[in-house]
Design a protein around this ligand. Structure first.
Ligand SMILES: CC(C)(COP(=O)(O)OP(=O)(O)OC[C@H]1O[C@@H](n2cnc3c(N)ncnc32)[C@H](O)[C@@H]1OP(=O)(O)O)[C@@H](O)C(=O)NCCC(=O)NCCS
Length: 338
């Protein structure tokens, strides 16, 4: 019999069983998608008031065979629930995924969330179990991304030429970079860029809405990362008037040998100066200096994002997986708690 129950993050043993199911379900992926258990637990143990994770385990005759996670945004995007479902490969096609998804959807509805969003990945051109499962459970494709990676040990020789090419078109701008703490002089400007980000990227039909950032929210995020053991690196382009024209940022989780790009943006009024390329080259160069053990950088971009894809191709990124953003709309439950 399949039984689905919640797992508390303070229950380390149950969380480890949950995580083992996730790792088994994700073992076939070409990307290093999950950090070590200890690192993940450190991240989840930091209290947040902007985001909440709920964990569910599915047991078959008492043995954990499925893992589910529900992520709720608490400050903005309160219409949304982000779901994940993982099933141990030998236990698939037995209804475990369906049971977990139903429990997650129920939880989302109880919190008044009307938009359910998840993502499924597969090798380029080869949709697999995730896509079939999503379609069978009524989730429609709302966006398409390609996940890609650059191996810094084989692509670093490209950087000097690319930096020179970009510099020729961005003479009026200067690049700055920092790790944990945004310099005070750029704080408001960075918050403005973060607030613009979701407006500026091609989201397709994905129902994610812009976030409102201010200096305090940026500082809160920095403090949370410090406590989570996450090492961030940001490069920004400063316009002649001193404001930030764009930024790119990555993070390295404790113990990982890869970095993940979080976001990159150049404001529309500053485009056409190769700032995206200039910032990304410096980001990769600084990563090598600061975290030499991180030799791989992973990123994801919408297939239709031609400008960002061209920059990444110049930097030697290779396509590894396709990622479908799949979405289902529920009728919100009146009286649900946000
Ligand atoms: C996707 C996943 C969760 C499905 O788990 P599962 O326990 O096999 O799912 P179910 O048995 O409940 O399948 C329900 C329906 O989905 C469809 N489906 C699931 N896997 C399928 C596959 N490999 N091929 C075709 N259809 C499939 C079928 O319609 C199936 O019903 P059926 O078996 O009666 O034909 C599992 O394959 C997995 O963990 N994949 C990796 C992570 C992932 O992609 N998660 C999904 C989004 S978060």
């Amino acid at each position: 019999m399949i039984e689905v129950r919640p797992v508390a993050t303070v229950d380390t043993e149950a969380m480890r069983a949950w995580y083992d199911v996730v790792l088994a379900a994700e073992a076939g992926r070409p990307l290093p998608a999950w950090p070590s258990f200890e690192t993940a637990m450190r991240v989840w143990s930091v209290e947040r008031d902007d985001l909440q994770d709920r964990f569910l385990v599915a047991e078959l005759d008492g043995v954990p065979v499925g893992a589910g996670r529900l992520t709720l945004h608490l400050r903005d995007n309160t219409h949304l629930a982000v779901l994940k479902v993982f099933v141990d490969p030998p236990r698939r096609r037995g209804g475990v995924g369906t049971a977990l998804l139903a429990a997650l959807e129920e939880l989302a509805a109880a919190h008044g969330r009307g938009t359910l969003l998840t993502e499924v990945t597969h090798p380029p051109g080869q949709p697999g179990a995730g896509a079939a499962f999503a379609a069978a459970r009524g989730y429609a494709v709302a966006g398409r991304e390609v996940l890609k990676a650059a191996d810094l040990t084989t692509t670093a020789d490209r950087w000097p030429g690319l930096a020179e090419r970009a510099a020729a078109r961005s003479e009026d701008y200067r690049l700055v970079w920092w790790t944990d703490t945004t310099p005070e002089e750029h704080l408001d400007s960075l918050a403005h860029l973060f607030s613009r980000f979701l407006d500026e990227i091609p989201l397709g039909d994905v129902d994610v809405r812009p976030q409102a950032w201010d200096a305090d929210r940026v500082r809160e995020g920095e403090e949370r990362r410090r406590r989570s053991g996450i090492r961030p690196l940001t490069v920004a382009a400063v316009a002649p008037d001193g404001s930030l024209a764009g930024y790119t940022t990555l993070v390295v989780h404790a113990g990982d040998t890869h970095a993940g790009i979080e976001s990159t943006l150049v404001l529309p009024e500053h485009r056409g100066h190769s700032l995206g390329l200039a910032m990304k080259v410096l980001l990769h160069q600084q990563l090598v200096d600061l975290v030499p053990e991180a030799t791989l950088v992973v990123t994801g971009n919408a297939g239709v994002n031609r400008w960002m894809n061209a920059v990444n191709a110049d930097l030697g990124y290779r396509d590894l997986e396709e990622c479908l953003e799949v979405q289902k709309l529920l009728d919100p439950t009146p009286g649900g708690t946000p």
